[in-house]
Design a protein around this ligand. Structure first.
Ligand SMILES: [Zn+2]
Length: 271
């Protein structure tokens, strides 16, 4: 693993062509980070969650035994920005997938709820997540840093205009275009070849570095920026069903189901 700097974590996709013009959303540093310097009285977690955190809510992961890409390797093409922009067939399939996405009806599971309880108890600061499903927020968590964006918003790849995804889906068009400029629309998520949003990435880096303990949950830590964030942590705990490349560096590795471990930890720390 190559040591990471901030520069390394910001991909160069914006130099690869036109589709990556992005309007930067206004971003405020999570409250927990702004206050964190005043609170050194007890161990405070940060957490980094991945797809394994949402599987109990019925949202399949990507690389697991029942993962989207394990079952259908060609599906990953839909997540490549150049393919998406250049292939109308891929966009049609992507919009079909959005209409049927399990996120619209999924409910937060015991793992999400336990993290919300840990935040409310003051034990957990920011939640950095690779997930795009919004389930941490639905569970009542705050200070959620969505490094891969959100499926709940649609973004125009040309002018950067954003609208709620449900509003665009209600237009019931097979490949809807931007109502302002006619540009190609996509969920406001980070596809392969797209830049991460620098402000969001910086918030994730700060959260990973300032936490006394970074707990990686349901992530294989196989891709950036998750892998780099794990490397930056002061102390690292990993809760994941499968081994990760950081297991040897971690202070703690837990293989038990997330939906059992996190509620037990939350209950123990609340007592
Ligand atoms: Zn537009």
């Amino acid at each position: 693993m190559v040591p990471l700097s901030r520069a390394h974590l910001i991909p160069v996709a914006s130099q690869r062509g036109k589709p990556t013009a992005r309007k930067m959303p206004k971003y405020r540093q999570p409250r927990s980070l702004r206050r964190s310097r005043a609170r050194h009285t007890r161990v405070r977690w940060g957490t980094l969650t991945g797809a394994g955190t949402s599987t109990d809510s019925g949202i399949p992961d990507f690389r697991g035994p029942n993962g989207l890409w394990t079952k259908n390797p060609s599906a990953s093409a839909m997540f490549d920005i150049e393919t998406y922009v250049n292939d109308p067939e891929v966009r049609l399939r992507a919009w079909e997938g959005r209409r049927q996405h399990p996120a619209w009806t999924a409910e937060p599971n015991a793992g999400h709820i336990a993290l919300t309880e840990l935040q409310r108890a003051g034990r957990l600061g920011a939640i950095i997540t690779q997930n795009i499903d919004g389930l941490h927020q639905r569970s009542g968590s705050r200070d959620v840093v969505e490094v891969h964006g959100s499926i709940w918003e649609i973004e125009c790849l040309s002018c950067g205009d954003r609208t709620p995804t449900q509003v665009t889906l209600q237009r019931d068009e097979p490949d809807p275009r931007c109502l302002l400029c006619g540009g190609i629309l996509k969920t406001a998520t980070i596809s392969f070849g797209q830049s991460l949003v620098p402000e969001v990435l910086n918030a994730a880096i700060d959260a990973a570095r300032t936490a006394d303990l970074l707990v990686a949950i349901g992530t294989t830590l196989a891709v950036l920026p998750a892998a780099g964030l794990a490397e930056m942590s002061r102390h690292l705990a990993i809760i994941n069903a499968a081994p990760t490349q950081y297991d040897e560096q971690a202070d703690v590795v837990v293989r038990e189901p997330i939906g059992e471990v996190l509620p037990a930890v939350a209950a123990a720390l609340a007592g």
